[in-house]
Design a protein. Structure first.
Lengths: 230, 238, 46
């Protein structure tokens, strides 16, 4: 860590990323919870709606996406709150690293521990729902592009609600409406592939969303943290 | 003229109090004329009969729901950039009216859709993003009131309003991007295919809602100013 | 259902919603005035 230049964007990114990654590695409970929730809820649907494979194949992309959304949402409160409570967030804000750097690092670490495992596991769940291989691939691709946007949007909502009354409910009210376009395009991509249409409009819009989110949201998260710390 | 004179809460309080009755009066007159056009002048529709007259509320309400959000976001941007209290108070004053028009647009849309398309609700692009807009308004109001320190609520909600701004183009353009139940827009900047009396009624109602929104926001901001500034000398001497 | 039902439900709900908002505005004004009175009382006690 000290080999990275102090006071630089990559330095801050690498520092925060490796810190959060190591913390999660030592306490894998949070990550395991997210993954277990994802698999569990996705397995509940066939039990509830019956094992009609044609029905499952139709609802599969949407259900898997909703489970990914909810699982990602579960991990949001913890993104900044423990650092906020014990004062390390304030210390990081005062450090010489530019804020955007280490905030981006935190968000990237969050995605590695939530969105990435969900994306990797999605083919298994897709097989449970009887999705065709090409649909499965498009679904995984859509998740790969969309879950980072969920992490970015989720980070903004999490930072905005630090120390707020209403806790998790307020976070849900803020985050889930913002997630909706990602859900629509992400599930839509897989559904398009399944009905023989091209998924590329959906995937392109998702990618565009990722670019815009990656460019704009880290700065917004920084502002939200500054608002919380004042 | 020194415009920053009006950004002091006490001055704006007086200005808003002087202005708001005029906006309400204008709204009432425009509503009367608009509904006259809508129900007396405008003819019965060839396909939909009388029920199309919901359009005189539905479309103006939908326009206002988006416009108010845009103004709210503009005030939010100004309040964050210039760190003014009044900008944030105006954003808070606009939010409930914006939520009201979003609800009205969704409700009247449902009661127009049932007799014409056969369903109260469909998950098409425009309806879904309008519903998301309603939740954005709720989120703004909830976040603004979620903190002991009202300034923290001001700034957090302002940032949220800006993040949610991306939803507006999605609503506006959704009708072009998807082939859904909603017809393409019949009112464009280049002209319209609507009957002129129907268009007049719709535009008059849109202006009526606009004037009402300004009146409501000015009234609401006065209460917010009084509450916030109640320890100031000018407030106590009212 | 004849078309009158849908028109009444639409216009009626709008009228009710606006009435509720105006009532909320009035209540907000009353509350602000009350808070000012309290501040004035507090000041008078000093």
């Amino acid at each position: 860590m000290t080999t990275m230049a102090l006071g630089s964007w990559p330095g801050g990114f690498a520092w925060a990323f490796s810190r959060d990654f190591r913390l999660a590695w030592r306490n894998p409970g949070e990550t395991v919870l997210v993954v277990a929730f994802f698999v569990l809820v996705a397995s509940l649907f066939p039990l509830g709606v019956g094992a009609d494979m044609r029905l499952l194949e139709r609802i599969g992309p949407g259900v898997i996406w909703v489970c990914a959304l909810l699982a990602a949402f579960l991990s949001l409160p913890a993104m900044f709150s423990s650092d906020y409570m014990d004062g390390s967030l304030e210390q990081m804000a005062l450090s010489s690293h530019p804020m955007v750097g280490w905030v981006s690092g935190k968000i990237a670490a969050h995605w590695i521990m939530t969105g990435l495992p969900l994306t990797v596991l999605s083919p298994l769940l897709a097989l449970q729902y009887g999705l065709e291989p090409d649909t499965l691939l498009v679904l995984a691709a859509a998740l790969a592009i969309g879950t980072p946007v969920l992490s970015l949007l989720g980070a903004a909502c999490s930072a905005l609600t630090l120390g707020a009354r209403g806790g998790g409910m307020l976070l849900a009210l803020l985050a889930l409406p913002l997630f909706v376009p990602i859900l629509i395009f992400g599930a839509g991509a897989a559904q398009a592939q399944a009905s023989g249409l091209s998924p590329s409009p959906h995937l392109s819009l998702l990618a565009a969303g990722l670019i815009v989110a990656a460019m704009g949201l880290p700065a917004a998260v920084c502002l939200a943290i500054r608002i919380a710390l004042d | 003229m020194n415009w920053s004179y009006f950004s002091s809460p006490s001055t704006f309080y007086r200005l808003a109090g002087w202005l708001s009755p005029w906006f309400f009066a204008l709204a009432a007159i425009l509503t009367a004329v608009g509904l006259y056009y809508g129900f007396v002048v405008a003819p019965t529709d060839a396909q939909q009969g009388e029920v199309y007259r919901v359009i005189f509320i539905h479309v103006p309400a939908a326009w206002m729901s988006m416009f108010i959000y845009f103004v709210m976001a503009a005030y939010s941007a100004a309040s964050l950039t210039f760190n003014t209290r009044l900008g944030a108070m105006m954003a808070r004053a606009l939010a409930p009216t914006g939520a009201l028009f979003t609800f009205v647009a969704l409700w009247t849309g449902a009661f127009w859709g049932r007799p014409t398309w056969g369903t109260y609700w469909a998950w098409d692009a425009r309806m879904t993003s309008e519903l998301v807009l309603l939740f954005l308004y709720f989120g703004f109001i909830a976040l603004a009131n979620a903190f002991e320190d009202p300034r923290r609520g001001d700034r957090a909600a302002a940032l949220l309003a800006l993040i949610g701004l991306v939803n507006l183009p999605i609503i506006y353009f959704s009708v072009h991007w998807w082939n859904t139940l909603h017809q393409g827009s019949t009112v464009k900047l280049t002209g319209t295919s609507m009957h002129v009396a129907m268009l007049t009624g719709m535009l008059l109602m849109a202006f009526a809602f606009w004037m009402y929104s300004i009146g409501a926001a000015l009234t609401r901001v006065r209460s917010i100013i009084l509450e916030r500034e109640r320890r100031a000398r000018w407030a106590r001497s009212l | 259902m004849n078309h009158g039902f849908y028109l009444w439900m639409s216009y009626g709900a709008t009228a009710i919603a606006i009435a509720i908002e105006i009532a909320t505005l009035a209540a907000g004004r009353a509350r602000a005035r009350r808070l000012i009175e309290e501040e004035r009382d507090l000041e008078a006690q000093d």
